[in-house]
Structure formats: structure tokens, C-alpha cells
Design a protein around this ligand. Structure first.
Ligand code: SF4
Length: 285
């Protein structure tokens, strides 16, 4: 009989409910490399499954990697700031670490942004072998460079399984930076009008990104696996307010209408609180 696990899970769930990060119509630059549709779903604040406590521990682990390296850079004397705030209209967020390096070419010192990542062995080995970071990480750091005006950067990846590290140096690409800003403005505008962008090419129901996406029940409603199982069932009991709200959105999508606004809150915490309540409230058919 586990003693600690239920306590840890409950605590993490309560902590998630207090997360006051604004989501509604706000684009977080860290998301810019993700699926365009996922970004808009997040900005529209739509019902979604509650993250299992295991996922909260995964995120927590990622945050701790950031904290460790940010502290390390400070201890090494190269750390300038643990993060840089980024604000431009409805684009809002922050970078990872800012460091300053001195070299023969830059004796007065140069600022660098460090994008910190942790990866499983499989993903880490792929990056090392191909000498390439993930596309979304490149986009993320380019967007940070574009918004901050700091034009040197490095992606530093730690292997979660054995703490090996690998890095990838980047120079700012102004054309790509501008394209990312245009994409951000387009997606913000869509979210404000509650319209979804198309599903990106290749994102079929079995695509690995969709398989881990909390919005797959919307994009791939009705999809079935080879053995006839519903691939992405609505993750709430039929008859609950949460289930009914999700069906309302799917219906609007099928009819090509704008996405109904069924959530009152604007932050992640408020969304989780509302979903917790709505998953336990039964409504008349
Ligand atoms: S289910 Fe797939 S297409 Fe839809 S938002 Fe998620 S990743 Fe994008």
C-alpha cells in the first residue's frame, strides 16, 4: 500500500491549480516551434484532460535542470541572469540563461543566450549523431534572439539517463526570426477570433506528436486504431459538464464555426480548477 505517492500526487495537483501563468490570447515564445494548431488551442483556453501527476514530475525535472545549470553559470562567473524577460504585444515569456563570454574576437565580452534542454538517451543520441538539435528548439532560440536582440546563442542538452551533455551553437538568422514573429502574430489573431489553423501536413492521427497531444480528441475525433478502438476518446465521463463542453467544440469544428468559449479562466491554474469541477458535475442531456 503506497504511503507517499498519493500525497505527492495530491500536492502536485494542487500546485498545478495555483499556476497563474496567463494563457488566453498570449503567445509564449517557448512554444513557437510547436504544432501551430496546438499553440492556438492553448491560447484559446479550451477544455483538455488534466495532466497526470507523472507529467508534473517530468516538468519539474526539466525545471530543475534549468536551475542547476543557471546556478552553475553563476558559480563559474559567466552567468549574467537566470532569464531575460521577453515582451512584445501579446507575445510574452522569458529566455533561459544569459551568459557573457570573453574571447580573442570579443575581448570586451559578448552576451549569449543559453537554451537548456534535457533529453532521453534515444533523442540525445539522435542529436549527437546528426549534429542537429530538434527543429522546435532551433525555432525557439531563434525567436528568443529575435525578441531580445541578443544574437549569439547555444542549445545545451543534458541526457536525462546519464548526464552526458551536448551543445549546438547558433547565430541569429534574421529572416527566420522575422518569419517566426509573423507566425506568432498570425496565430494570436486566429486565437482572438477563435479560429483554428489547419492541421500541419503529415500530422495524421497516428503521428507521434498527436499521440502525446492533449488536443488530439479535437483534431482526430472519431479516429480508430487498427483493432477498432477509439484512438482519442474524450477523457471525461459522458454526462459531465466537461464532456458536454468538449462535444460542443467538436460540433462547432465539424460545422466550420468559431470555437465556443466554454472556459471562464485565463490562466493554466484556473483552467485546471474549472476542469476539475466540470469533470465532477453532471448535466442534463
Ligand atoms: S493533435 Fe496533432 S494536429 Fe492537433 S494540435 Fe495536437 S499536435 Fe497539432
Amino acid at each position: 500500500m503506497p504511503v507517499l505517492q498519493p500525497m505527492i500526487d495530491r500536492f502536485l495537483q494542487q500546485k498545478q491549480q495555483q499556476n497563474d501563468r496567463p494563457m488566453r490570447n498570449k503567445l509564449h515564445p517557448s512554444t513557437i516551434g510547436m504544432c501551430q494548431r496546438k499553440i492556438v488551442f492553448e491560447m484559446m483556453v479550451v477544455p483538455r484532460a488534466l495532466d497526470p501527476p507523472r507529467l508534473a514530475r517530468v516538468f519539474d525535472n526539466g525545471h530543475k535542470v534549468h536551475e542547476r545549470y543557471e546556478q552553475l553559470f553563476m558559480d563559474m562567473g559567466i552567468g549574467v541572469a537566470r532569464e531575460v524577460k521577453l515582451e512584445k504585444g501579446d507575445i510574452s515569456g522569458h529566455t533561459d540563461a544569459l551568459i557573457k563570454l570573453y574571447s580573442f574576437a570579443a575581448p570586451q565580452g559578448e552576451y549569449w543566450l543559453v537554451e537548456l534542454k534535457s533529453a532521453s538517451s534515444k533523442s540525445f543520441e539522435w542529436m549527437v549523431k546528426n549534429n542537429q538539435p530538434k527543429k522546435e528548439h532551433k525555432a525557439q532560440l531563434t525567436f528568443y534572439m529575435h525578441l531580445s536582440g541578443i544574437h549569439k546563442g547555444v542549445i545545451l542538452v543534458e541526457n536525462k539517463d546519464n548526464q552526458e551533455i551536448w551543445e549546438y551553437e547558433m547565430e541569429y538568422d534574421p529572416v527566420f526570426g522575422q518569419q517566426l514573429e509573423q507566425k506568432a502574430l498570425w496565430l494570436i489573431d486566429l486565437a482572438k477570433h477563435r479560429i483554428l489553423p489547419p492541421i500541419p501536413r503529415g500530422f495524421s492521427p497516428s503521428h507521434y506528436k498527436c499521440a502525446y497531444c492533449p488536443f488530439a480528441m479535437y483534431c482526430h475525433y472519431g479516429s480508430r486504431t487498427e483493432d477498432g478502438q477509439e484512438r482519442y476518446p474524450i477523457p471525461f465521463m459522458p454526462g459531465t459538464e466537461a464532456y458536454r463542453d468538449i462535444l460542443k467544440i467538436i460540433e462547432a469544428m465539424e460545422q466550420g464555426k468559431s470555437i465556443p468559449n466554454v472556459i471562464e479562466g485565463d490562466t493554466i491554474g484556473e483552467l485546471i480548477q474549472e476542469m476539475t469541477r466540470k469533470s465532477q458535475t453532471y448535466v442534463d442531456a
